[in-house]
Design a protein around this ligand. Structure first.
Ligand code: ZN
Length: 285
C-alpha cells in the first residue's frame, strides 16, 4: 500500500495511492499517519478500511499538493558516507561503524515543494536517499529481527548547505536542518511493497542532467544493520525516519570543482518502487 498526504502545508489530509495511480481521500478513515498510527497497527487498519471503502471514497484532485506522507516524526536520523561509491568520491575510507547525524524535523517538506536557500547559503547540495520509516518502538534491536521494525520506505532528498556543514566546525546537523531541506515522498511504500530494499535503482538530475545514478546495492551498512545500530544509542519511535545515505554524484564531489545549486535550478529524483519528486530552488526568504 502507498500512503500519501495531500493539501496545504500544515493542513494535509491522509490518502492512499492506488495501483492505477489515482489517489483516494482517506479522511473517512479518521486518523492521520502519526506516531500513534504506526504504533498500534494503523497500517493494517487502513488496509481493512481501504478494502471496504476505497471504491466509494472521494478521489484526490490530480493537482493537489503532496505533503510528506506522514506527520512530523520525533527524529530524522541520517547516515553519512554509507555508499561505497560516495565514500570514494569524497576521498574518505569507508567507515568502520555507521556515521550518524540528526536532521531537524522542521526541515521536513513535501516532495515537490520549492527548496528555499537558507540565508548566507552558497553551497546547497543534493543527496538522493532511501529513507526507512520505523514501525514500532525500537530499543537494542538485533539485526536479525530489525525487519519487524520497518513500517515502510520513502524517497528523500537529504539537502545540505556544505559551508554550514563543513567549514564552521562542530557537527553536520547545522548544514542539514534548514527549512525545506528534507523533502519526502511522493508516498510511503509499506514494507511489503519493497521485498528487497538493497536492489533499488536510484537517480537524480539537476536541470535535466544526470548527477546521481546508482543503486542501494552500494550500501556499506544495510537496513537491518542500521536499525539495530541506531537503536543501541537511542530509542526509535514509530514514525521516526532513518535516511540511509547517498551514492556518488553529489555537487561536492564534482570535478574539477564542486558545483552547487542556485535559485532557478530544478532537481528531480527517484528510486525504484518509491516514485519520483521534483524540487525548484528559490531565493532565501
Ligand atoms: Zn545524506
Amino acid at each position: 500500500m502507498k500512503l500519501i498526504r495531500f493539501g496545504p502545508s500544515g493542513a494535509e489530509r491522509p490518502g492512499i495511492q492506488m495501483d492505477d495511480g489515482t489517489c483516494v481521500d482517506a479522511g473517512g478513515f479518521g486518523r492521520d499517519y502519526d506516531e500513534a498510527f504506526f504504533s498500534d497497527r494503523g497500517i493494517d487498519q487502513l488496509r481493512d478500511w481501504a478494502a471496504r471503502h476505497a471504491d466509494a471514497a472521494p478521489r484526490v484532485p490530480t493537482d493537489a499538493r503532496r505533503g510528506p506522507p506522514f506527520r512530523r516524526p520525533s527524529k530524522i536520523v541520517c547516515i553519512g558516507l554509507n555508499f561505497r561509491d560516495h565514500a570514494a568520491e569524497s576521498g574518505m575510507a569507508p567507515p568502520e561503524e555507521p556515521v550518524i547525524f540528526l536532521k531537524s524535523t522542521t526541515a521536513l517538506t513535501g516532495p515537490d515543494d520549492p527548496i528555499v536557500m537558507p540565508r548566507q547559503a552558497s553551497k546547497v547540495d543534493w543527496e538522493v536517499e532511501l529513507a526507512v520509516v520505523v514501525g514500532a518502538e525500537a530499543r537494542y534491536v538485533t539485526k536479525e529481527c530489525a525487519d519487524e521494525f520497518v513500517a515502510g520506505y520513502v524517497l528523500h532528498n537529504d539537502y545540505s548547505e556544505r559551508s554550514f556543514q563543513l567549514e564552521r566546525g562542530g557537527q553536520w546537523v547545522r548544514g542539514k536542518s534548514a527549512d525545506t531541506f528534507a523533502p519526502m515522498g511522493p508516498f510511503l511504500a509499506t514494507r511489503d511493497e519493497i521485498p528487497d530494499p538493497h536492489r533499488l535503482g536510484m537517480w537524480l538530475t539537476v536541470n535535466g542532467e544526470v548527477r546521481q545514478k546508482s543503486t542501494t546495492a552500494q550500501m556499506i551498512f544495510d537496513v537491518p544493520t542500521l536499525i539495530s545500530y541506531v537503536s543501541q544509542f537511542m530509542t526509535l519511535l514509530p514514525g521516526d525516519v532513518i535516511s540511509t545515505g547517498t551514492p556518488a554524484g553529489v555537487g561536492l564531489g564534482m570535478r574539477p570543482s564542486p558545483v552547487y545549486l542556485k535559485p532557478g535550478d530544478c532537481v528531480e529524483l527517484g528510486i525504484d518502487g518509491l516514485g519520483r519528486a521534483r524540487q525548484n530552488v528559490v531565493e532565501s526568504r
